[in-house]
Write a protein that binds this ligand. Structure first.
Ligand SMILES: [Fe+2]
Length: 312
């Protein structure tokens, strides 16, 4: 019984048009049906983000994860402080719907794995004693590059009122692994086989909520270019270009229309076999980034709990 990867996240939002504009500017493809918008990565046949419009404010509805042995998970959920629930109204009664100990709704399904991504061109860096690129430029003029197209949803970070309790639930009830954490403030969990460093992560907050969804791009240049372009279109905050200590990924975060975040990433640590991985408990100084610009004042603010705060 185990979670195998991230599938999607579903948000309640005031209007889907605002969200569709933001996520299509980010490079996702949209399908709108009434008050529901579905966004997916080019080349994939499934949704990565679902927006439920006409709601009072942005709020995390649920996250959706790929898993196996749903019967085994269902049998153990209550013993770990969660509960099996009915499918919400207007959602298919397939897979397994559960609430974690903090009431966060999680949908688990036995969907088949996405096809392998095509191999990206080698990312070549000249370095002392290692000249691997000669007689040609690494970079083309900026206008030569196509807009960023996310390859896949890599991970979802949610708020939790008790990060270590959330980790205990997903590791013991859902068969995930704790990859790394920084004290009891932020923690990163992976699947136990062939996983990105993190698939679901938790950041401490007075209540549950959605913090960010992260989409993979081919290389650090694509992250930098894509982040700048989306920031210019979105017109709100950003954080990046930078590199995380925990997970090692290059990142650029762009603030979405509701104060939460969208991340482009590349080059994340990969855990092929969790039994051979040793989690580290990092100091808070490494909790957010190894290097990068100053962190925005509201980067870890949960607007779903405290919607009026605009300035720290
Ligand atoms: Fe992230």
């Amino acid at each position: 019984m185990a979670v195998l990867g991230a599938l999607s996240m579903t948000l309640e939002v005031p209007d889907v048009e605002t969200g569709v504009k933001f996520y299509t500017d980010a490079g996702l493809l949209a399908a709108i049906e009434g008050d529901v918008a579905r966004l997916r990565c080019e080349g994939q046949d499934r949704d990565s983000i679902v927006l439920l419009g006409g709601r009072a404010k942005k709020r995390l509805h649920h996250i959706s994860l790929r898993a196996d042995d749903l019967d085994g998970i269902a049998a153990g959920v209550a013993g770990h402080g969660g509960r099996v629930v009915a499918a919400p109204d207007a959602f298919e009664d397939n897979g397994l719907w559960i609430e974690d100990p903090h009431g966060m709704l999680i949908h688990l399904s036995e969907r088949v794995a996405d096809p392998e991504l095509a191999e990206a061109p080698a990312y070549e860096i000249n370095a002392p004693g290692r000249l691997i690129r000669t007689r040609r430029s690494a970079m083309l003029p900026g206008a030569s590059y196509a807009p960023a197209r996310p390859l896949r949803l890599g991970h979802i970070l949610v708020f939790s009122p008790d990060v270590l309790a959330s980790v205990k639930f997903v590791t013991e009830a859902l068969g995930m692994g704790l990859a790394d954490r920084a004290q009891d403030i932020i923690a990163f969990c992976c699947a136990r086989k062939d996983s990105d460093h993190h698939v679901v992560a938790f950041a401490k907050s007075p209540g549950v909520g959605f913090h960010h969804a992260s989409f993979q791009l081919a290389d650090p240049d694509a992250v930098g270019r894509g982040g700048r372009a989306l920031h210019a279109k979105a017109g709100k905050g950003d954080w990046g270009f930078g590199r995380h200590t925990i997970g090692s990924n290059f990142f650029h975060y762009i603030q979405d229309p509701w104060g939460s975040w969208f991340e482009y990433y590349s080059d994340m640590d990969h855990i092929d076999d969790y039994s051979l991985w040793t989690p580290t408990n990092y100091e808070m100084s490494d909790s957010l980034a190894n290097w990068g610009p100053e962190v925005p004042h509201d980067f870890v603010h949960n607007y779903e709990v405290d919607p009026v705060r605009e300035d720290a």
